[in-house]
Design a protein around this ligand. Structure first.
Ligand SMILES: C[S@@+](CC[C@H](N)C(=O)[O-])C[C@H]1O[C@@H](n2cnc3c(N)ncnc32)[C@H](O)[C@@H]1O
Ligand code: SF4
Length: 359
């Protein structure tokens, strides 16, 4: 499996919680940026005798739905995807129309990921989203009418003054989605909230309870959890994101994009103007080693296979690590069948502490 990620660092406005690299106040994506993305794809095209032929192509942001359908078409053509490729585009509800979505579909996009976040208009305003719930509903319905049958919705949990009723209303709003990503609000230092946190934030314990409540409610609605923050109907898991978690190769192009190729990790500078100007440097950021593999596999509910870890990296757990695993199982934070260690939702929510102890 091989994937290409295209970073589109432009947004109409900057949401208060967001620390992703993107330029607020953008109404569109400069054609120079699109040309530069294609330049980078061509740069990698002759990788020896192997053509790239990605199995997945992911337009992430920023706000990829600021791309025109013609720009999306140009990039998809340049990427030369496999015929069965999953091609995802992240969309902000207030940047799409039925006509635009039909044109994305004709260009080859077959999966949409909408940033809905919540169904509560006061919450949406508080976190600085530029759309309301009605606009989100209209965008989801337009996507369905345009023929998309693989639609994901992003949800944010434990927002200021959050309630179970807000969670229920949000899941109702997303009922046509085949996939849901649910993230607990994180106050990022490098965001507007990082400088001035909002009032009404739930405590860490309350946030954990909202997460566990979301896991249960999503399961009851037919979305199986397959990763810490990701839930899908049958065979609707994100094939692209599974490439990250299964430590397969992916090429990240654009400004501030990350790649993992041949077991090495790379990133490009956070500078869209420089990216447009000339070919960028892919700076190595270390290697995908055994610790990386353990960390990523333990994000997945399918878990970490110890025989696979031994085969791939020659690493086996020590007696001390097995004792810790026993404790996790006793506390219902993990399951272990002698070969595969998998965290339960109670373990997933404290994955960082589990990893610190395990590694
Ligand atoms: C790459 S981001 C942006 C996608 C798209 N631009 C949008 O906002 O709709 C993907 C998702 O990450 C989540 N996210 C971003 N920052 C977050 C934060 N600080 N805490 C929790 N979730 C966050 C949001 O749900 C967001 O939709
Ligand atoms: S959350 Fe999405 S729309 Fe909001 S600033 Fe970040 S990338 Fe842009």
């Amino acid at each position: 499996m091989f994937g290409i990620y295209c970073h589109i660092p432009y947004c109409a406005s900057k949401c208060r919680y967001c620390s992703f690299y993107s330029k607020g106040g953008s109404g569109d994506v400069p054609q120079g940026y699109v040309d530069a993305l294609i330049r980078e794809i061509w740069r990698f095209e002759p990788c020896g005798s192997v053509s790239l032929r990605p199995d997945t192509l992911y337009f992430g942001g920023g706000t990829p739905s600021l791309l025109t359908p013609a720009q999306v078409c140009e990039i998809i053509d340049a990427a030369g995807c496999e015929q069965t490729a999953e091609i995802t585009l992240e969309a902000n509800p207030d940047t799409v129309t039925y006509e635009k979505l039909c044109a994305y579909k004709n260009a080859g996009v077959n999966r949409l990921s909408f940033g809905v976040q919540t169904a509560n208009d006061d919450s949406l305003k508080r976190i600085g989203r530029s759309h309301d719930a009605k606009t989100a509903r209209a965008a989801l319905e337009a996507a369905q009418k345009a023929g998309f049958d693989n639609i994901s919705g992003d949800v944010m949990l434990a927002l200021p003054y959050y309630t179970s009723a807000e969670l229920d209303a949000t899941l109702d709003l997303l009922s046509i989605c085949t996939h849901i990503s649910a993230y607990i609000l994180k106050i990022e230092p490098n965001s507007i909230f990082g400088k001035k946190p909002p009032d009404g934030l739930p405590s860490d314990d309350e946030a954990a309870d909202f997460y566990l409540e979301a896991v249960d409610k999503l399961a009851a609605r037919g979305y199986a959890q397959y990763e810490i923050s990701n839930f899908a109907q049958k065979r609707r898991e994100s094939r692209h994101n599974l490439i990250y978690w299964n430590v397969h190769d992916y090429l990240g192009i654009g400004a501030a994009a990350h790649s993992c190729m041949g077991g090495k990790r790379f990133s490009t500078p956070e500078n869209a103007a420089r990216f447009i100007e000339k070919p960028v440097e892919y700076v190595q950021q270390g290697v995908a080693d055994a610790a990386d593999y353990i960390m990523l596999k333990l994000r997945l509910t399918s878990g970490l296979s110890l025989p696979a870890l031994k085969q791939k990296y020659g690493v086996s757990f020590t007696a001390r690590q097995f004792t810790f695993i026993e404790q996790l199982v006793k506390n219902e934070m993990a399951t272990f069948d002698g070969e595969t260690l998998a965290l339960t939702p109670r373990g997933l929510i404290v994955q960082n502490s589990v990893l610190m102890e395990l590694l």
